[in-house]
Design a binder for this molecule. Structure first.
Ligand code: FPP
Length: 256
């Protein structure tokens, strides 16, 4: 084993989060905007505009229910493949939302961060993101993370590269606890609950590492219709899960 190897992997045990009836962290794939609009004979982008109202509502619901982290998949690394008009609309929608919503976020003690590869955003957009993050940096009621130009594989790779640059020792064995702080959201508890709206049941390259132990909740509800009732159903489903983290049911019962 190389001289500067720390604990071998089998000695690393991720702390099991305390059992909780309300998730500390919810991650959502907001799907179904396009279909919501098409069903009303509206252009797809009308669904995205309506989806923004659901973003606001989801943040408010987290504040009400005491969920401390909310991470929303707004634009994947793959979404650049959409028609240019739709991409352009989404960029304008994000930019406008950053301009308009930051005061409200400060008022509600929300910390905003945008996770993803920002390099492809326009300089104006990058500046607006940096300003919004700086203005909300002290928010402590809700960590609101917007994944934009984000991909789970990109996240893991950028974490590995940051680690290599921080400590370029060539023969070092890396462990989970080395990588974790380099990942996007490495300072937050991992998501307890993953929700995907819109009826599809896949992860779509969202938080691949961070969702390892999340409970998954899929709903047919389209994102613009994701309201207090749909949110409560997801929380109810979460409460009914037995989170074992590798242990047996009998062990959990004995520990109660
Ligand atoms: C997926 O639905 C949704 C998106 C790719 C964009 C999500 C954007 C928003 C909810 C709007 C604003 C968000 C922020 C954070 C400002 P889809 O278009 O794939 O729907 P479909 O599957 O019905 O076509």
């Amino acid at each position: 084993m190389p001289a500067h190897t720390s604990a071998p992997p089998h000695q690393f045990h991720r702390a099991i989060p305390p059992a909780a009836t309300v998730p500390r962290h919810i991650a959502i794939v907001m799907d179904g905007n396009g279909r919501w609009a098409q069903r009303r004979h509206l252009p797809r982008v009308a669904g995205h505009a309506r989806g923004l109202a659901s973003v606001r509502r989801a943040a408010e619901l987290c504040l009400t229910h005491g969920v401390s982290c909310l991470t929303l998949f707004a634009f994947s690394s793959e979404n650049w493949r959409r028609p240019p008009d739709e991409v352009d609309f989404l960029m304008k929608l994000f930019h406008g939302a950053l301009d308009r919503e930051v005061d409200e976020m400060v008022r509600h003690d929300i910390r905003l961060r945008v996770i993803g590869n920002r390099a492809r955003f326009s300089p104006r957009m990058q500046a607006a993101i940096a300003e919004a993050e700086a203005r909300t940096a002290h928010g402590s009621a809700l960590n609101l993370s917007i994944a934009a130009d984000y991909g789970g594989r990109w996240d893991i790779l950028q974490a590995v590269n940051r680690l290599r640059h921080a400590d370029p020792a060539p023969d070092r064995d890396w462990h989970e606890e080395d990588l974790l702080p380099q990942l996007c959201l490495g300072d937050l508890p991992e998501p307890d609950l993953f929700i995907r709206t819109g009826g599809e049941q896949r992860i779509s390259n969202f938080l691949l590492w961070q969702l390892a132990y999340a409970e998954f909740h899929f709903t047919d509800c389209l994102w613009p219709e994701f309201d207090a009732h749909a949110f409560a159903s997801a929380l109810t489903a979460f409460r009914q899960r037995e989170r074992r983290f590798g242990r047996t049911s009998a062990q959990l019962t004995a520990a109660r």
